[in-house]
Design a protein around this ligand. Structure first.
Ligand code: PRP
Ligand code: MG
Length: 179
């Protein structure tokens, strides 16, 4: 698996450090507010797991499984809900946890959905932001790292369901995707 990576963009140590910093900020922001932290599966799983362990105030956790990339490197443009929340969001302070904002279509869809469901507040934290990919109008409240306009994998992010278990963020060798 490791020999299929062309370049490590963000190391495990950088990610660990960032999770600590973001956890500290979220602790201050949500102290005594009992927010609902919503992990967007599957990509956000490692980031949510690591960042939540640095939040030192009560939070509730739920998950939404949405998919728009399938096995492709471009968004299909259609966000499919694979699994909805189990929790009512009306009147709640929501913290959406994402691995990456690329086109922004996934988050645009989710934010509109949670507004319609009458959330009290909605904030977005994302490990990665790829501004050059943006087609929808959406911005995160907290961003870990900006990434260039390349397809990245690792730490939750997949190419054809592989590489999610890498501990760092990297770029694949072109031959892996037949480039
Ligand atoms: O800003 P966007 O262009 O919408 O891209 C971001 C979304 O795409 C990926 O999910 P994907 O649909 O691949 O599902 P997955 O998390 O299960 O891999 C990623 O995990 C984000 O949720
Ligand atoms: Mg994916």
């Amino acid at each position: 698996m490791q020999n299929e990576i062309k370049e490590v963009l963000i190391s495990k140590e950088q990610i660990d450090q960032k999770c600590q910093e973001i956890g500290k900020q979220l602790t201050e922001e949500y102290d005594n507010k009992f927010p609902l932290a919503i992990g967007v599966l599957k990509g956000a799983l490692p980031f949510m797991s690591d960042v939540c362990r640095h939040i030192e105030t009560h939070i509730e956790m739920d998950f939404m499984d949405v998919s728009s990339y399938g096995n492709e490197m471009r968004s299909s443009g259609e966000v499919k809900i694979v699994k909805d929340l189990n929790t009512q969001v009306e009147g709640r302070d929501l913290l959406i946890i994402e691995d990456i904002i690329d086109s922004g279509l996934t988050l645009r869809y989710l934010v509109d959905l949670f507004k319609y469901r009458k959330a009290r507040s909605i904030k977005i934290v994302t490990l990665l932001d790829k501004p050059a990919g943006r087609t929808a109008d959406i911005k995160a409240d907290l961003v870990g790292f900006e990434v260039p306009n390349e397809f990245v994998v690792g730490y939750g992010l997949d190419y054809q369901e592989k590489y999610r278990n890498l501990p760092y963020i990297g770029i694949l060798k072109p031959e892996v995707y037949g480039g």
